[in-house]
Design a protein around this ligand. Structure first.
Ligand SMILES: [Zn+2]
Length: 184
């Protein structure tokens, strides 16, 4: 079946790059198509419209989840201390030890764990409420036990956060909110 209308066709941005395959991204909550030269955006959109709409619905849910919640105005010094405290506390709980922690402003993630067991924390985390920061640190330190997002990993997370989906959603909502603020 050939659809006559593509829903919300204008609601995305297109970038042409030297890529082999089209990429569809939602990293800031906005739909971005990264296309190889010569591809038609409408065709890509049409082909992946089910996935895109599902994803968009999820993102809308996330945004709703974070709506009405305020970003926290926290001093960098207090933020650093807060992270250190959670690192110590959760490391004890999980019986793990990270090597070092680095702070950096990142565009696509809250935090990450390197192969050398260093944690990089996104400085944008300082706008989050404490329970969200705690969740992110717990998530990263749990990766010291299990690197991949597999069953074993989510078992560790669920032990402390049976409702981790709520946290993931909420975090995405905050992410979008912070990105909006960054643009202004
Ligand atoms: Zn992870």
């Amino acid at each position: 079946m050939l659809k006559t209308t593509v829903p919300e066709i204008s609601n995305y941005r297109v970038f042409y790059r030297k890529v082999k395959y089209p990429r569809i991204e939602f990293t800031t909550g906005e739909l971005v198509l990264i296309l190889p030269y010569g591809t038609k955006p409408e065709e890509i959109y049409e082909k992946h419209s089910r996935w895109i709409e599902k994803k968009r619905a999820f993102i809308d849910e996330c945004i709703k989840e974070a709506e009405g919640k305020e970003l926290v105005a926290r001093e960098s010094k207090d933020f650093g201390q807060l992270i250190q405290n959670y690192m110590e506390e959760i490391s004890k709980d999980l019986n793990v030890k990270a090597n070092k922690i680095f702070f950096r402003k990142m565009k696509t993630k809250w935090a990450s764990l390197s192969g050398r067991n260093n944690i990089t924390a996104n400085t944008l985390m300082k706008f989050l409420p404490e329970n969200m920061i705690e969740y992110i640190i717990f998530h990263e330190l749990a990766h010291l036990i299990e690197r991949r997002h597999n069953k074993k990993f989510w078992k560790i997370i669920e032990f402390r956060y049976p409702n981790h989906n709520h946290y993931e959603k909420s975090l995405f909502g905050y992410w979008v909110k912070i990105q909006e603020g960054e643009i202004l």
